[in-house]
Design a protein around this ligand. Structure first.
Ligand code: ADP
Ligand code: F6P
Length: 425
């Protein structure tokens, strides 16, 4: 029995469930059975000796007499058993010839009855199971950061497990790390199509990633609320948003809320420079400016001795303490002064995981719908090793490896003009 599989991986992002529902609807429309994989790549690397024996036995049977194939099979067996981390053989020549015969069970129910441990990993995804989850934040399939999957022997094991249950293609919803994983699966003969699911918007090849628009909306709502209280008390506020090494959430949030200062990982900055900007705002009568800082921006900060600055100025601190939103507010409070020469009462809020916990915005939900359908169609057309994205507002696809190569120049795609505009107005 042929089936396709879908998994979500990396940080959960609003819209992941909607994309899974779209995959499920599209697969059902095409009469293609669909299986969900739980907990990201953790769900494909279960080492079940009994299943491995059964699969190898079947492989030996179907390859009997073909010396070359038996030799390659023996190498594969050795690599999987020894959990080799290098020189793992390529199973594609065997999969091209025998994939169908290596499927051990017609249905997922039979498979799980024979190997019950996999009930934690594999689930049937029919329409009844998934239709209600489309609008929900988080990911119904669960997700994980799975370091073990970086080992090539485990990637090979994943392809064997999936082949044993008749999976002929996978939809991987995640960020660039997940796409690296998908690319490895493709290299071992499991066709994959990637849907960009991350709030960070840090994938260069696409104009948007699933979850980014929703996360920005969460940040915008929070900053509006924060600005209401800042205005009431006439005090500045530092708001930290997520994004890993990408400043897109911070920049977009700052633009949409009229925040006066934005700090991002893509641009070098110093505490003194930010304090200077804040002081200029205060001098012009704006006593409640908002500083939106991306969580990754401390990496592009000019060296600053947090302990050496704060301790003598009456703020408890520890030697070697690194910069944070709270620390930045404490430093700005002591560097900037109101019209009476008093320290400003700067406050800080870290928005954190709230950014991942909202129902998908219309924009994200619509992209989830289109990308899920496109992924299924591509797999059924026999395409593989592609990622789906948005270019000039239209959904498109391109090779995973090419998309990952573009990541090397990611910071060049940051919108410096908009950044300068926010900080200079
Ligand atoms: P994201 O997909 O959001 O970028 P991560 O970087 O945490 O999130 O990656 C998600 C998962 O993808 C990792 O936990 C790991 O299982 C897999 N992965 C990441 N990088 C690689 C790699 N180079 N090779 C194989 N798998 C990888
Ligand atoms: O990649 C999405 C993201 O939310 C980042 O913005 C953030 O840095 C990271 O995940 C947090 O990851 P975790 O859930 O593993 O703490």
């Amino acid at each position: 029995m042929r089936r396709i599989a879908v998994l979500t991986s990396g940080g959960d992002a609003p819209g992941m469930n909607a994309a899974v529902v779209s995959v499920a609807r599209s697969a059902a429309f095409e009469n293609m059975p669909l299986m969900g994989v739980n907990r990201g790549y953790n769900g494909v690397i279960r080492r079940d000796p009994a299943l491995l024996e059964a699969l190898l036995r079947r492989a030996r049977e179907v390859m009997a007499g073909c010396e070359e194939d038996e030799k390659l099979l023996a190498q594969i067996e050795k690599a999987v058993r020894n959990q080799a981390s290098s020189a793992v053989p390529d199973p594609r020549p065997l999969l091209r010839k025998y994939r169908d015969q290596l499927c051990l069970f017609e249905t997922l129910e039979e498979f799980i009855a024979a190997y019950p441990a996999f009930a934690k990993d594999f689930v049937n995804l029919d329409l009844d199971t998934v239709l209600d989850i489309a609008d929900r934040p988080g990911t119904h399939l669960r997700t994980a950061r799975c370091d073990a999957f970086r080992n090539p022997a485990n990637q090979l094991l994943a392809v064997l497990n999936l082949t044993a249950i008749g999976v002929v293609g996978m939809v991987v919803i995640g960020g660039d790390g997940s796409f690296h994983g998908a690319s490895k699966l493709c290299d071992f003969g499991m066709p994959c199509i990637g849907i960009p699911g991350t709030i960070d918007n840090d994938l260069t090849y696409t104009e948007m990633t699933l979850g980014y628009d929703t996360a920005v909306n969460v940040c915008v709502q929070a900053v509006r609320q924060i600005r209401a209280t800042s205005r009431s008390h006439d005090r500045p506020h530092v708001v930290e948003v997520m994004g890993r090494a990408c400043g897109d959430i911070a920049l977009r949030t700052a633009v949409a809320t009229g925040s006066e200062i934005v700090i991002v990982p893509e641009m070098p900055w110093s505490v003194e420079e930010v304090a200077g900007k804040l002081q200029r705002q205060i001098n012009h009568g704006n006593t409640r400016a908002t500083v939106v800082v991306a969580e990754g921006a401390y990496a592009s900060m000019a060296p600053f001795d947090v302990y050496g600055f704060l301790m003598p100025r009456g703020k408890q601190c520890f030697p070697g303490e690194t910069m944070s939103a709270n620390r930045l507010a404490s430093v700005l409070k002591r560097m900037c002064h109101d019209e009476n020469g008093q320290d400003v009462e700067a406050r800080a809020t870290v928005l954190g995981y709230t950014q991942r916990g909202e129902s998908p915005s219309a924009y994200d939900a619509a992209f989830a719908f289109e990308s899920g359908n496109r992924a299924v169609r591509l797999l059924l057309e026999g395409q593989e090793n592609l990622v789906i994205g948005v270019k000039e507002g239209k959904v498109f696809s391109m090779p995973i490896k090419q998309a990952l190569r573009l990541q090397e120049a990611r910071s060049e795609y940051f919108d410096r003009d908009l950044y300068e505009l926010v900080n200079s107005l």
